[in-house]
Each structure stands twice: as structure tokens, then as C-alpha cells.
Design a protein around this ligand. Structure first.
Ligand code: FAD
Length: 506
């Protein structure tokens, strides 16, 4: 992602408007004005520009138009008209996707859910909240706070991202190690298919009859249906939380300490790691009070009642002492705890100050392999000639290498893309996956070819066709075509080396 809002990049997705596109726009506009008269529609380059990208702005594409429905029936009407005219649809929540999930595709309609912001019900007895998809993640905890309840999954983007986007991406966050990802905290979802059919997944009862299609929908990246209503689980706020801040002289030792904490049977509320370049970047930005001489830093949180927290903190510190910890501190008050967290939570904006652009990669590996992968990433920095900062949801083995580059330089962009793909392939090699929580979107399409066999990808495509036979919802995202994988297999870079380097590239 980039934070340089003023810069413009040539993009792989940039395509000039065609007269066929202009004709389609006119037909669609006419159809929407007739069939869904109350729905606001944006056209014209100036109005569409804010929607041409998401939080991965090296890829840009103007849509045909943007629809901003006010309610579920308008969502249904827009989808029906797009289906009838064969127009691809890209659902959009807060537009904070780091994988290009909300980036428009050529000649598509962006379906913004930003106006569906109603909290429909908070039920403190059932400990649930039912909300529309455009409600921001943090808003749910705000409306639950008077009942001393909150919604646990807390992506660092929680002030801006929406619950609809969280459902689509199966978002995680700092506290998901203990409290589960989005998929573990959603009871029921209402959604509308590309054909305009209203679908219901899950139930308010502890278990829903039939196949668990709710888990299939969560994390489907807006490719199956448009989410219009969500019932989330709320949990009581833990009365006490303390944060342990530990520094290490070596990244592998820090990685081993992470595995040892979990191996001890402790499930901390959060267990995060940062390497030296990441520590330097956030210190310069938010002055969190981190040990700048350290090679790696761990943030490990214990929450619960006073006695539970005291006992868990003592156990965590004992494990750290056995793993050559350089320095260990325990937060003495709430302000200090929040200050230490602020460093980790601001790692992405801190990286944004160092270069015009960065890719926030998102792979997962077994915890014991963390140190090994970090060492390999250091080697890759030399191969690709680019700097990389590393922040991890270490307890989940979910890493976020932040590759710094300048997207206005085509060679740097290519090297950054290859660097990212190389990291993801090493994740697969170490027994991990190419995405932890940010999704595949357009960013990791090629890496899907490495992770999955043609038969597995065909199964994914078959499931997509079952929901969306016309292939119009978030088309060409998430699941690569076989042709794309065949081409990538012949051209892809591994360890900085192209296969058949003597063959001319076009
Ligand atoms: C600074 C920063 C920090 C971040 N930290 C985290 C983190 O800690 N954990 C994490 O998991 N992610 C994180 N993210 C990524 C991002 O915030 C999440 O993926 C989030 O879930 C996206 O929500 P959104 O509302 O912005 O969705 P968008 O970006 O608008 O869309 C994301 C995807 O969901 C689809 N979609 C959106 N709404 C709907 C809907 N109603 N129905 C169907 N499909 C829909 C879109 O088509 C797209 O594919 C971070 C991003 C940033 C910029």
C-alpha cells in the first residue's frame, strides 16, 4: 500500500475507456434509473476517482459507475440489473483492503455498502448485535459498551473498515489469537446473490441445520454474494489487561520464545512481534518507548481478572527468561499499555513515511519457522535490492513483511512484486499459506497457482459457479484461471531467478 495520496502510478489494470464501455454505461444507467429509481449512482471521472483503488493503490482502475444503495431492496435491484446486462460488480465497504479486493475491474460497477450503517439491534441477554454491512468495526464495540460487552476481532484498521468487509475477508486482529477470527464471532449473515436472491447463512441458535455454509461465505472475498445484514457475537470486557514488552538480541530466539509461550499452554490475548527495522520506523513515528538496540521485540498481553492476569504474566516472564530475553517490562498502567500497543498498531503508517509505496504482505507459517523465515527475508532484501520491515501476529504465525518501494519506478514495482511472491512461496515451502487475513484479491492471484493444484483450484471455481453462475461478482479475483496459472508457471520468478533467462520477455 502507499500513503502518498498525491502520486499516480501506471497500473497493470489501467485501461482506457472504450466506446463499448461508454455504451454499456449508458444502458446500465438507464436500467438503474428505471428499475431502482431511489438509488444514488455516481458517474464522471471526478466522482469515480475515489473508488479507483483501495489500500493497495499501485493497482488502479476507474469503474463504469458507482452505486450507493440505501437499503437491501436497492442492493437487490442493482444486482439484478447488472446480472441482466452482464456487468461485473465489485462490492465495497471501507476500501481498506490490502490485497486489491475492492479495486474495480474493467467495465465494472462498484456497489458501495457505505450507506447501510444502521445498528439494527443490540441484545445484551443473548450477547449479540445485528448490524448492516457498512457499520465500522469499532462502532459495534462502541454501541455494546454500555452493556460492558464488545466485539472481539480488532483489525488495526478498525476505525475505518466495515463489518461487511471483515466478513468478506475473514479479518483478524491483535486479539484474535485468544478470541478467534471473524469466522468465530459471527452467528448469522444475510446476503444477496448476483441473481438478486436473498440468502441466509447460519442461525441465532448454537448450530444451524445443514452444511456449514456460513463458514464458506466468511472469507469468500465478495465472490459469492453481497452481505447485507450480520449478527455478531458480543463478549464481556475483561476487567484487567497487562502487556509484557520483551526485547531480544536475535530474531530466531524471539521466534522460539513465541513457540515456547504457546507450547507452555498459555493463550495470550495478543502475541505480536516486530524486527529491528520495524522498531526503528515506529519509534520515529509514535515514540512508543521501544528498545531500539533490540533485534526483535515481543508484545504479549494477558487479560482476565486480577488473579488470572498476575499468574499468566508470571508464567510468560518465566518462559521469556528461559529464552535469553534482553529486557522485559510489564505495563504498570493503562496509559502505558496503550502506548506500547500504539507502536505496533501504527506499523503500517510508520512504514508509509519511509517510501512512496509499500506492499504489506500477508502469509502464515508454523510458529516454529518464524525465525528461519525472517533470516531468509533478510537475504531476499539483497537479491531484490529493496528494504523490508517485519511485523507479525506471531502467536498465529501470521507475518506482515512490509516491502518498501517507489511505484512510479516500473523496475522497483516489478522487483517489489517478485519479492512479495518469493516470500509467499517460502511460506508455502515451510508448511504455511499465502494469506493469513488480508485475502487473495488481485495481489496474490499468482501465488494461488503455487499453493493449490489445478484440481483444487477447479473445486474453488466450481463453488464460485454454484453461487454466481455468470461469474460477475468480483470477477477475476481470488481464484486464478487455469490459463493464468499456466502462464505464471512458465514465467514466474523464484529466489530472484527467472526460468529460462535467455528467452526474450515481452
Ligand atoms: C492500516 C491498515 C491496517 C490493517 N490491519 C488489518 C488487520 O489487523 N487485520 C486484518 O484482517 N486486516 C487488516 N487490514 C485490511 C482490511 O482493513 C481488512 O481486510 C478489512 O476487513 C476490509 O474491510 P473494508 O470494509 O475496508 O472492505 P473493502 O476493502 O471495501 O473490501 C474488501 C473485500 O470485501 C468485499 N466486500 C466488502 N463489503 C462487502 C459486502 N458487504 N459483501 C460482500 N463483499 C464485500 C470487497 O469486494 C473486497 O473483496 C488493514 C488495512 C489497513 C489499511
Amino acid at each position: 500500500m502507499t500513503t502518498d495520496a498525491g502520486s499516480h502510478h501506471a497500473s497493470a489494470l489501467d485501461t482506457p475507456p472504450t466506446s463499448a464501455g461508454a455504451q454499456l454505461r449508458a444502458r446500465l444507467l438507464n436500467a438503474l434509473q428505471t428499475a431502482v429509481p431511489g438509488c444514488q449512482v455516481l458517474t464522471g471521472e471526478e466522482n469515480l476517482a475515489p473508488y479507483e483503488t483501495d489500500a493497495l493503490p499501485v493497482y488502479r482502475q476507474l469503474p463504469l459507475m458507482v452505486a450507493l444503495p440505501d437499503d437491501e431492496s436497492q442492493v437487490q435491484g442493482v444486482l439484478r440489473e447488472c446480472r441482466r446486462l452482464g456487468v461485473p460488480v465489485v462490492p465495497r465497504g471501507g476500501g481498506t483492503s490490502l490485497s486489491g479486493g475492492a479495486t474495480p475491474m474493467p467495465n465494472s460497477l462498484v456497489l458501495s455498502l457505505a450507506r447501510l450503517t444502521r445498528v439494527l439491534e443490540v441484545d445484551p441477554l443473548a450477547r449479540t448485535a445485528t448490524v448492516q454491512p457498512g457499520v465500522r468495526n469499532i462502532r459495534i464495540s462502541e454501541v455494546a459498551a454500555p452493556y460492558e460487552l464488545y466485539y472481539a476481532p480488532d483489525p488495526s484498521s478498525q476505525i475505518a473498515c466495515t463489518i461487511g468487509g471483515n466478513v468478506a475477508e475473514n479479518a483478524g486482529g491483535l486479539h484474535c489469537l485468544k478470541y478467534g477470527l471473524t469466522v468465530h464471532n459471527i452467528l448469522r449473515v444475510k446476503a444477496i446473490s448476483m441473481d438478486g436472491e436473498v440468502l441466509e447463512f447460519g442461525s441465532l441458535a448454537p448450530d444451524a441445520p445443514g452444511l456449514d455454509l456460513l463458514a464458506l461465505l466468511i472469507g469468500s472475498e465478495g465472490m459469492f454474494a453481497v452481505v447485507t445484514e450480520i449478527t455478531v457475537r458480543l463478549i464481556p470486557k475483561p476487567p484487567v489487561a497487562k502487556l509484557v514488552l520483551a526485547s531480544f538480541d536475535d530474531v530466531e530466539t524471539a521466534g522460539d520464545a513465541v513457540a515456547a509461550i504457546i507450547g507452555e499452554g498459555i493463550i495470550p490475548a495478543g502475541l505480536e512481534m516486530m524486527d529491528k527495522p520495524a522498531i526503528a520506523a515506529v519509534e520515529a513515528f509514535v515514540h512508543a518507548g521501544y528498545d531500539q538496540e533490540a533485534a526483535a521485540l515481543l508484545l504479549c498481553e494477558a487479560d482476565g481478572n486480577r488473579e488470572e492476569v498476575a499468574e499468566e504474566v508470571a508464567r510468560i516472564c518465566a518462559v521469556l527468561q528461559r529464552h535469553e530475553v534482553r529486557d522485559v517490562q510489564v505495563s504498570s498502567n493503562e496509559a502505558e499499555r496503550l502506548k506500547w500497543w500504539s507502536g505496533r498498531k501504527n506499523a503500517l503508517p510508520a512504514a508509509g513515511r519511509l517510501a512512496p509505496d509499500y506492499f504489506c504482505m500477508d502469509g502464515s507459517i508454523p510458529r516454529r519457522a518464524i525465525g528461519k523465515l525472517l533470516k531468509r527475508i533478510q537475504g531476499m532484501e539483497e537479491v531484490y535490492g529493496l528494504q523490508c520491515l517485519n511485523v507479525f501476529h506471531a502467536g498465529d504465525g501470521n507475518l506482515h513483511p512490509l516491502i518498501l518501494f517507489d511505484g512510479n519506478d516500473a523496475d522497483q514495482l516489478r522487483r517489489a512484486e517478485d519479492f512479495g511472491a518469493d516470500i509467499l512461496e517460502r511460506c508455502v515451502e515451510l508448511g504455511g499459506t499465502i494469506t493469513g487475513e488480508h485475502g487473495v484479491g488481485i495481489e496474490k492471484l499468482n501465488s494461488m497457482c503455487v499453493q493449490f493444484t489445478p484440481a483444487e483450484r477447479e473445486t474453488f471455481l466450481a463453488i464460485k459457479r454454484a453461487f454466481d453462475p455468470a461469474g460477475l461478482l468480483n470477477a477475476d479475483k481470488g481464484i486464478p484461471t487455469h490459463a493464468r496459472c499456466a502462464e505464471y508457471g512458465h514465467m514466474h520468478v523464484s529466489g530472484g531467478r527467472l526460468p529460462f533467462p535467455d528467452i526474450e520477455r515481452f
